[in-house]
Design a protein around this ligand. Structure first.
Ligand code: MD3
Ligand code: FE
Length: 208
C-alpha cells in the first residue's frame, strides 16, 4: 500500500499518499462512528484552563486528555465517562505496517482542526514507552506541519501534510518539537464540513 517513503530527519519517516481516496473514505467512516460515541470536545490547558482551539477525542484502551489539572492518559471520555471506542482495524493495520514494533498501540488521539485552528510547538512525552514511535495519519484539508529538534529553539522545517499522508516519528525524532501552523482551507473534498482530522497512534504503557 505504501508507495514511497522519505526520511526527513533521523527516525521521522514520511509516507506521502499512504491511503488512497477509497481508504481515506473508509477510515473517515470509522472515525465518524467513533466520534458519534465519543464526541469531540475542547480540552483545556493545565493551570490556565484555557481551551485548545483543536477539538479532540480518542479511540483505544487509553486516551490522552488535558484539563486544568494536567495532561494524562485515561480509560474514559472526560465528558461522557464512557470507555473510548475501539481503534478501527484500518488503523491497527497501518500500525502493524509502519510502526516497526511487535506490540499494539493503546491510544489513538483524534484531533479535529476547523478553519483557523492551530496547535503550538510541543513535545509528546506523556507516554511511558518511548521505544514505540507515534504513527500519524491525516484526513481532509491540508496543513502546514512544523518539525524541529529535541530542544526548544532549534531550527525547524515545514512540511505540507495532505489527506492520506502518513508519518512515523520514532528513534531520534520521538521527542522532537512539532506543531500545526495552519490549515489550508478548502484544499480537500473528503470532509463534508471541511477542516482536517489527524489521527495519532501511540503505545502508552511499557510493552514488556
Ligand atoms: C513528532 N498532532 O496530537 S501529527 C499531537 O497534526 C500532534 O494533529 C499534530 O502533534 C496533528 O500530539 C501533528 C504529527 C506528529 C505527531 C506526533 C509526534 C508529529 C510528532 C510525536 C513526536 C514527534
Ligand atoms: Fe504532538
Amino acid at each position: 500500500m505504501a508507495r514511497q517513503s522519505i526520511e526527513i530527519a533521523p527516525g521521522a519517516v514520511y509516507y506521502p499518499g499512504y491511503l488512497d481516496r477509497a481508504a481515506q473514505e473508509a477510515l473517515l467512516a470509522d472515525v465518524g462512528a467513533a466520534i458519534a460515541t465519543a464526541p469531540l470536545y475542547h480540552p483545556r490547558m493545565p493551570r490556565s484552563g484555557k481551551s485548545f482551539s483543536v477539538r479532540m477525542t480518542n479511540c483505544g484502551p487509553l486516551g490522552w486528555v488535558s484539563d486544568i489539572d494536567g495532561y494524562r492518559y485515561q480509560a474514559t471520555h472526560p465528558e461522557t465517562g464512557a470507555p473510548w471506542p475501539r481503534i478501527p482495524e484500518l488503523l491497527m493495520s497501518a500500525w502493524r505496517e509502519l510502526s516497526g514494533v511487535p506490540f499494539p498501540p493503546e491510544a489513538c488521539l483524534v484531533n479535529y482542526y476547523a478553519e483557523g485552528t492551530r496547535l503550538g510547538l510541543h513535545q509528546d512525552r506523556d507516554e511511558n514507552e518511548l521505544a514505540a514511535p507515534v504513527v500519524s495519519l491525516s484526513l481532509g484539508d491540508a496543513a502546514i506541519f512544523r518539525f524541529g529538534g529535541t530542544k526548544r529553539g532549534e531550527a525547524t522545517r515545514s512540511v505540507k501534510l495532505v489527506s492520506g499522508d502518513a508519518f512515523v516519528f520514532g528513534g531520534a525524532s520521538r521527542l522532537a518539537y512539532h506543531g500545526i501552523d495552519r490549515v489550508l482551507t478548502s484544499t480537500s473534498t473528503l470532509l463534508p464540513q471541511g477542516g482536517r482530522i489527524n489521527l495519532t497512534l501511540r503505545r502508552v504503557t511499557p510493552a514488556e
